[in-house]
Design a protein around this ligand. Structure first.
Ligand code: HEM
Length: 132
């Protein structure tokens, strides 16, 4: 007999385990990346607001962030943005152009573009990370 899972993460696990296919996983990843983007947006605004302390202080602080670790974290941020953007476009195309039937194919097309983008991003940012 099916037992309904409880708790915040239990509900998500249930949602995916009931229908473990591309549609469910992409929905979950879209939500996770969306929430990360909202958190990042606030961190970004907080970081930029420090410019009110003056150009010199801001430039010194921004320069201190140019470390190998931050360049590696930037690869993660690029992955989050790229996934959300490409999957968001896939959802929009499927919804507006009556393409819900081939939504799985659209997902893999989006993932091929994602992979190409990530390879280029990794080459550029790892180059920066190890040039310090
Ligand atoms: C880069 C361009 C973006 C595109 C093309 C895009 C596209 C979308 C689409 C189509 C949805 C609806 C998903 C659905 O109906 O299932 C969505 C949801 C969402 N987006 Fe974006 N988005 C973008 C940028 C952003 C940014 C910058 C943020 C945060 C600051 C964000 C946060 C969210 C959140 C929190 C959701 C709700 C997810 C959910 O309820 O599962 N998005 N996005």
């Amino acid at each position: 007999m099916f037992e309904s899972k409880s708790g915040f993460f239990g509900k998500y696990a249930e949602e995916v385990s009931l229908n473990p296919n591309v549609g469910s996983w992409s929905w979950l990843l879209h939500r996770i990346t969306g929430v990360i983007l909202v958190i990042y947006l606030f961190m970004h605004l907080f970081a930029l607001s420090s410019s009110t302390a003056g150009a010199d202080k801001f430039n010194t602080w921004i320069s201190s962030l140019q470390t190998p670790l931050t360049h590696i974290l930037e690869i993660g941020l690029a992955a989050v943005v790229a996934f959300h953007l490409l999957n968001g476009l896939r959802i929009t195309v499927a919804d507006f152009f009556f393409m819900t039937k081939p939504h799985k194919t659209l997902f893999w097309v989006a993932m091929i573009i994602f992979l190409i983008f990530m390879i280029i991003t990794a080459v550029v940012f790892l180059g920066r990370a190890f040039s310090h």
